[in-house]
Every structure is written in C-alpha cells, then in structure tokens.
Design a protein around this ligand. Structure first.
Ligand SMILES: [Zn+2]
Length: 438
C-alpha cells in the first residue's frame, strides 16, 4: 500500500499485474503503428494505456522493451487436426495417456508456436468418436489460465456430412447425408454436443437435407462452412442464403472453377450486398496444397475473407516414415508432404501457422499487417469473437505474439520468427530464455 504519492507522481502498487510493452510496432487494422501497449495479467485483457497513465496513475509492474519488433494479436488456427504426435480424431487409449491429458499436452506445446487459440478439428468419424472426443475439445471459457497454453475456441467438425466424391482422406465408409436435418446431426455428434463444444461444422451443401440443416444450425448459433463438396455456384449460393458463412480450405476437395460453372470459388466473385455476403474462406499456404498464384488470386478477389489455416495433423514435427492413421489407413510422411498410403492423396499438412503467414507475405505482396490479419482479426470475426480475440483493442484478451521479421537466407523472401508468446497478459514463451535452458 502506498503511503504517499511518490516523487514521480505515480503509485507503484505492488502486484497490479500490469505490463507495458514499449519500443514495438503494433498491428492495428491494416497498419503497423509505433505505440506502447498495456496489458493486465489480472483481468487477462488489454488496457487503455492513456487511462492507466493519466486517469488511474498506475505505473506498470514491468516494462518490456521489444527492441523494435512486431507485437501482434496471438495467432488463431481454424483447422488443426492434431500435432506433436497426437490426432484429435483418435480416441483409443491402448495403454497410452488418456485423451484429455493428450489434448492438454498439445495445448501447452502449441502455444509456443504463437497459436494462442484454435478450433480443434475432427475429420469424418463414426459417432462414437465424436461422443468421446468432443467434451474434451470444449472452449475453456471462464477458466482463463495462461498455464494451460493454447485455448480451444470450440471444436470444428469437418464431416461426416460431406460428399463421398470429394472425401479427400476422409474414410468413405463413415460419410453420411443430413437427411433428417438436425436429428441426423444430433445422433451423429450427440445432442448435448451440438451447441458447445461444437463451434463450427463443415458440410457439403448439395447433400439431401443440407440446406435445412444449415438454417437450423445457424439458428442454434453455430457457424457453418461448406467444403468437401461438388456444389455448383448456384448450390453454393443457396447455402450462403441459408446461413453458411465460410468455405473450408478453398480449392481443395471441391470442383475447380469452370468458366460456365464457377462453383464454390464463384462466391468470391459476388458483389457484397445485404442478400449476398462474400464468405470467409480457409487457405492452406503450405506450398503443397495450392499454387502460389492461386493463393494470390483468392486474396485479390476477397482480401477481407481470407483465413490462413494449417490443416496440420498429428505428424507435424515427427520424423519421416509411414504411420497408422484413423479407420485403418496409413499416412506416408516425406518432409512436409503427407500422403495417404492407399491412394497417394494429400493428407493434411505438417506446417506451422506462422510459416503460412511468411509464405503468404512472400507470395502475395501483402503488407505485414494484412498478412497477420489472416490469422488474427479475420478468423476472430468468422467465429463472432471480434471484440475478444485477434485484436489489440482495449478490452480484448491479452493473447500476444512478438514477431521478428527476418530475411530468410537461401530462399528469397521474409520469414516471421516467434520471439515471445503471451497468454492472458502472462508470458508463456520466450525464445531467448528457452535457448539458455536448452
Ligand atoms: Zn478437409
């Protein structure tokens, strides 16, 4: 407790939990601005620096000099199937660690890559898998514990209501049609899982019952994305009118654009109006799923809708080899290329989200804030969390990543390096300290 106003006029209240970042560039909308940022580890939120300084006359507990580096909102991955040897869609517990513990382990490792929140993604599975896995993938909600690592914003169910002709690596035998609308979904995912833990669902809008299902899911407050689909442009547009707002990994597992039938991609050519809103869309910028120019075309068509996703799976960070996957399939990992052993189809990626941002920057000519927006503000908007995540505005969660933009050596271009990660106003990763420990 301060007994008198100190000489400098500020109360140094002990343990205010306030940190001030200085000598840094903040990502604010489409600009990088040199400004300080104040955060609280007590509320876990971003503070109004002016008010702290002049109104409440609070001095920060600590001042962090970032040496001119970039301070961005924490990254958000809307499509992550697993990582660090664990697949969210594998619930078997043959002597290994329980499912919930494995998820916690992934969260703690994932946060160190700069991904402070994400939507854990389940591929098409039998009902029993959803019923077992989903409760562990629920949003952490009121817990707000930085020590837990990266935070689930709710699960993404990709399938099983997708088109068997565009199944990709999803096992055809488990695919279904939502013929009976919501009750089809309730019996598959479990009625109790339908609002929380599930945050969004990818389905194919041309399947019987799909449009009614989209209307009902939207009414329940869920987000619907279309994908793994053979939808025509007209079918895709109807799904948007029914309430879908997103396209899952645009270009992959759908019809390519034909000049007389622009297909799902055609939605990006619409003029936005009250009736037709252009959708958000996921892009896998790993250098394998899409040509660089394809990514640039999509971005030019609708920059505010582009969301970079990894679609990474359990083998991210594992040595090359052949690995057992779900439903009796096996996946061959050769460097960053993952293919299904039985048919050679691309089987997700093993890239980190921050590297997708570097690729995107180099391929499209986007500015640094534009590239970071695709993994912060835009995914937060897509999830309806714009005031909570993905922004450095006062009141938003203090999930932050400090980035250094380096010229990458041999290959031309730039590369983002994760220097520090902060979750709810507390530092959870520091590359420098980590290097000393190692
Ligand atoms: Zn997919």
């Amino acid at each position: 407790m301060p007994s008198a106003v100190p000489a400098n006029g500020f109360f140094h209240r002990h343990g205010t939990g306030v940190t001030k970042f200085t000598n840094c560039f903040l990502v604010r909308g489409d600009d990088l601005v040199q400004e300080d940022l104040w955060v609280s580890s007590v509320s876990g939120k971003i503070l109004n620096g002016q008010e702290m300084l002049y109104g409440e006359r609070v001095a920060p507990d600590s001042i962090v000099d970032l040496g001119g580096k970039i301070l961005s909102p924490g990254l958000i991955d809307l499509q992550l199937n697993g990582a660090f040897g664990f697949d969210f869609s594998v619930v078997s517990e043959d002597g290994a660690m329980p499912y919930g513990k494995r998820v916690q382990q992934v969260n703690k490792k994932l946060v160190r890559t700069g991904v402070t929140s994400y939507t854990p993604t389940l591929t098409s599975q039998l009902s029993e898998v959803y019923q077992k896995a989903l409760p562990f993938l629920a949003p952490s909600g009121a817990t707000r514990d930085a020590a837990m690592g990266s935070e689930s914003l709710g699960a993404h169910c990709e399938g099983p209501f997708i088109n068997p002709n565009k199944n990709g690596i999803h096992k055809e035998a488990v695919l279904q049609s939502p013929t009976h609308g919501l009750s089809s979904l309730a019996s598959c995912y479990g009625a109790a899982n339908l609002t929380s833990p599930i945050k969004y669902i990818t389905l194919a809008p041309e399947l019987p019952g799909a449009l009614d299902t989209i209307r009902n899911l939207t009414a329940l407050g869920l987000t619907v994305s279309i994908g793994h689909s053979e939808a025509s442009y007209e079918e895709a547009r109807s799904s948007m009118q029914a309430g879908a707002t997103m396209i899952t990994h645009l270009f992959n597992a759908m019809e390519p654009m034909h000049h007389r039938n622009p297909g799902i991609f055609g939605l990006l050519g619409q003029t936005s109006s009250s009736l037709h809103r252009k959708p958000y869309f996921g892009i896998i910028a790993d250098g394998i799923h899409l040509h660089h120019t394809t990514v640039k075309i999509a971005w030019n068509a609708h920059p505010d809708g582009l969301i970079l996703v990894t679609d990474a799976m359990a083998l991210a960070g594992m040595p090359d080899g052949t690995y057992d996957w779900t439903n009796g399939s096996r996946i061959v990992k050769n460097g960053n290329v993952l293919t299904l052993e039985e048919n050679g189809k691309i089987a997700g990626s093993s890239i980190q989200l921050v590297d997708c941002v570097s690729n995107f920057l180099n391929w499209t000519g986007a500015s640094v804030p534009e590239a970071l927006k695709a993994v912060t503000e835009t995914p937060a908007k897509m999830l309806g969390l714009v005031d909570v995540k993905g922004s450095l505005r006062e009141g938003a969660d203090a999930d932050l990543v400090v980035l250094d933009l380096q010229e990458s050596g041999v290959s031309k271009g730039k590369k983002f390096c994760v220097e520090q990660v902060w979750k709810f106003g507390e530092k959870v990763f520091d590359k420098e300290e980590d290097g000393k420990q190692a």
